[in-house]
Design a protein around this ligand. Sequence first.
Ligand SMILES: C[S@@+](CC[C@H](N)C(=O)[O-])C[C@H]1O[C@@H](n2cnc3c(N)ncnc32)[C@H](O)[C@@H]1O
Ligand SMILES: [Zn+2]
Ligand SMILES: [Zn+2]
Length: 622
Amino acid sequence: KTFYSGTGFEDLRVLDPFCGGGVMLLEAQRLGAHAIGFDVEPVAAAISAFQAELGTLPDLSDALKKLELNVLDEVGKYYLTRSEDGVDETLLHAFWVQTVSCGECGTEFDAHPRFRLARTEATKRQWVACSSCSRLIEADSDADQVTCSCGAVTDPSGAHQRYGAAVCPACGHSEPLIDIARREGKPNFRLFAVESLPSNDERVTPMAERSLRTSTAYDLNLFKKAEAALASRLAAKADALPRSPIPKSERADDRLLSYGYVDYAELFNARQKLHLVALSEEIDALPRDIRGAFSVAFSDHLKTNNMMCAYAGDWRRLTPLFSIRAYRHISRPVELNPWLNRNGRGTFPNAVRSVQRAGAAFREHRVASSVLYDEPIAYHTGRSEIACRDSKSMPAVDDGSIDLVLTDPPYLDYIAYSELGHFFAPWMHRFGLIDGNSIDRFPSGQLAAPANTKDRAERFVRHLGQIFEELRRKMKPDGRFVFTYQNLDGRGWKAIGTALARAGFQPVSVFPLYGENGSRLHKRDNSISWDCVVVCAKADPVRNFRTTKGDRSQGASFALSWKKRLEDAELPFGAGDVVNLTLAGEILFALSRRQRGNLQGCVVHEEDGFGSVLACGASLAK
Ligand SMILES: C[S@@+](CC[C@H](N)C(=O)[O-])C[C@H]1O[C@@H](n2cnc3c(N)ncnc32)[C@H](O)[C@@H]1O
Ligand SMILES: [Zn+2]
Ligand SMILES: [Zn+2]
């Protein structure tokens, strides 16, 4: 309460050198601070910069309605289907399966990752693709054998795959899908089933009223027509689809290339591309003040409208691309009708509404996490400057001008941000949200890349140190550098420690903070629920930073004292949390030892005074 109702934040300059999605800056901005941010990823920087303008976002609903009518006029007719008795229905999902030909005997077959496509426990039904002809068979949900009209008997839990390899139903030969792609080029898919909704005014449709069935000549024909419509669009305007090469060099994950893809456009089917072309041209025609919001929604809905989306059969909904933060090959992709309003996950109208909601949330007089503080606060439109750049030099920021650096530094050996984000780059460039240099290559200077070689790991530490040095230059003498971090293998913390030492920072407070991952449902045993927050002040640089056994055991008792403290308050603090905090403690004790007497302008707050690092900080301050 004291914090939020105290003196204003208007005079503070807050910098996030790794701003990513821009969450930290956004909160600083809403409190009235002047937010300054950089990210080396053009897509991340563009989204964060857009987000900073959300305070003035106009209402989008009328424009959405109009745009929807215009686009549906052209593409709506391709999202229909017809029931067995000839009744028109609305397409919800179209199911595709990869077809392969056996390397041994030449048999062509559908490489189902599992024959069961969907199951609804509430109504005790399941839908199973026939192992012989892929016809969809509806059966009781606990049936362990289903019989097709073709005569074949299928075990729903069986598959024409084993560990990513296609297994030939004729001769039993097994070949990894990735090797088949090397032999035959990029995967081929075949439309084999559809899921539909009654075609009255769309409402939230209960599972039981959704229909799942084998696709018919009608469905295939409609798709062919969409294909022809796309072809004539492209004949009239060759650049209706943006140029979208998949960068070949500097990759940590080669799977896209190994599967034979050379262009992101190949990750969309013809009907999806037609929709994207028609929609993008309507967005071009929108007034300037809302075009950005629609472009961002467009970009966002790409991840649910491509051929790398799987179908979660037990929930009967789509799993977006990047749900596992990687390009995962999907041998049975699901295509979504992108124009639904009340059904389906990741449609365009819903993407627009989520941008609208983000705007409303910006103006809410509440802090993002209302767990601890649930009273209205004054919100500000604030000031924000966000740009795409490598933070090792920030010429636009005056030296000695930053009050607070607030950030979440890249992890060592973790997510390949560049490779994931680049999927959005061609369309973002198409809408003028990022510049053209970003299309052919990944940005140079991305620290968040798997450090799989010793050389890469060393470069990571050196580069992080340079950025920390630059931060130190930009900070006021009594400024604070606050970051959160989590890392389990120790190399990340070691890198952080070395970079802090080289640049000249001294930790003055360390504590766990319940992180956004904490509430995730399927947690692994060793996962981290509590981020570690580190508060640093400027100090003198230290060379040859090393940790000792003593630092390690101090780190361990620091972590255990937190474990006890939180568990006494009935808050779970797991094994991963202990490891993370132990590693953090080790580094920070080592730094404190080396920094003794070097501290500049350090104030250790009494109310922070728990845990031994704090005691150590207090003695340093003396
Ligand atoms: C752990 S993420 C930050 C996540 C962010 N807090 C959020 O809410 O999305 C680290 C970010 O650092 C960025 N990054 C990596 N190397 C960088 C560099 N040299 N300069 C600027 N940003 C960099 C990455 O692109 C990534 O977005
Ligand atoms: Zn075979
Ligand atoms: Zn059959």
